[in-house]
Design a binder for this molecule. Sequence first.
Ligand SMILES: [Fe+2]
Ligand SMILES: [Fe+2]
Length: 155
Amino acid sequence: MADQARKDQIVEGLKQAYWMELEAAINFIACSINPDGVRAAEIKQSLAGDVVAEIGHAQAVAARIKELGGTVPGSQGFEPTQTSLQPPEDSTDIVSVIRGVIDVEGAVIELYNRVIALCDGVDYVTQDLCIRCLADEETHKVEFEGFLKEYETRG
Ligand SMILES: [Fe+2]
Ligand SMILES: [Fe+2]
């Protein structure tokens, strides 16, 4: 196991991931319900499915925080960061939702990569967990980049 300083950094990274996953779930619920229009249907359905995935990630990350001797925080520690994924004024503005999702997935991908690097050589169990989450986030991001491509091509 890692020395204490490294272990603390890993736990801090996991706590940040925990919040990002939960905030993603909050915003994905909103974006799976709010948008209007025929073309929103596919996006809404995809996001509704991702809510379950992100909550699963949050639960797995929380379990690892506990295993490392940390405490899973309560809601009063929560500070929102996902400004680009707030509901757009125009409920048919699907592109803004797609861009917001790509942003959020990109941020969580960056964080998991950072924690994976921190874990290298010292905590392979956390590293493995973060790699599995990272794989899911990359899949989500590529899917939404595909949606964006279609919107940009066809208007
Ligand atoms: Fe996730
Ligand atoms: Fe995701």
